[in-house]
Design a protein around this ligand. Sequence first.
Ligand code: ZN
Length: 341
Amino acid sequence: MLETTIAGSLPKPAWLAKPKVLWAPWAAEGAALAEAKRDATVLTLKEQEDIGIDIVSDGEMSRQHFVHGFLENIAGIDFAMRVKMGIRNNRYEADVPTVTAALSRKGSVHRTEAAIARAHTKRRLKFTLPGPMTIIDTIADRFYGDRVKMAMRFAELLNEEARELEDLGCDVIQFDEPAFNVYMDEAREWGVAALERAAQGLTCATAVHICYGYGIKANIDWKSSLGAEWTQYEKIFPALAQSKIGQVSLECINSRVPVRLLGLLKGKDVLLGAIDVANDQAETPERVAEVLKSALPYVAPEKLFPCTNCGMAPMDRKLSRDKLKALVAGASLLRAELQGK
Ligand code: ZN
């Protein structure tokens, strides 16, 4: 019980990409870049193992951004046709590429790094993909003329990719859907259905990561406008609870998400964020244990997975290691307490 895992990304070494920035430019190109990605993937797995993370990830070492990393190998998208678009309900503007023709996968998107990761760890391996709703919120459309139709097409492509990742031996496929708590009505109306389409036929564990966004000022400003309690999840948890997705990953520590909302996720595994990804101090194991314990009235210990609040890509590398150590130590404290009873 209390098996530890991470939301997804980890900081990249300086010899792979520029440290501490989002959308970090690569530090190499061509064959040297491919080799640097490979080395960083092996290294991050080894570090997670040494720290004691039970369900490890490739740390997203091979992609620059969690959405566009997937889009880069999809036909039908014009990356030169950049459009300034308000995303996450106009919380901020981004330069996004445009869908100009029918979408299809040019081939496998993540096979290389997934195969490398699988070959270098015997632990359970999680692999992350963007969710359909978050993708269509991060791209302009000059072809489908219908957001839902385009999302369902992306869901089909994600499903092809996810099945391939499962065949390669990934144990958990996670879809990242930060857009869910921005468009709560749409999430219920079609977002969860699109997610299920993306996960259709998978027999490995399936997860969705939702969160309020980290690291940029627009997100911090938005969160400060949400009041003392963040209750957006109240609207989408019942739909997720009824879905075929097995696990839900969300933030908890230092957030204003009321822990009682976890009661709405009956039957699901909960990957609970007990590590803040937006401050510069490692948690104490005691604090991690306290956060995890606060969830126990709502989630059985067998269904509770200590996790990070969100990805850690722009963080200092040593800080991220110290935080993961605190996560493992905190989980172990609580495990000892529960087993002592
Ligand atoms: Zn997140």
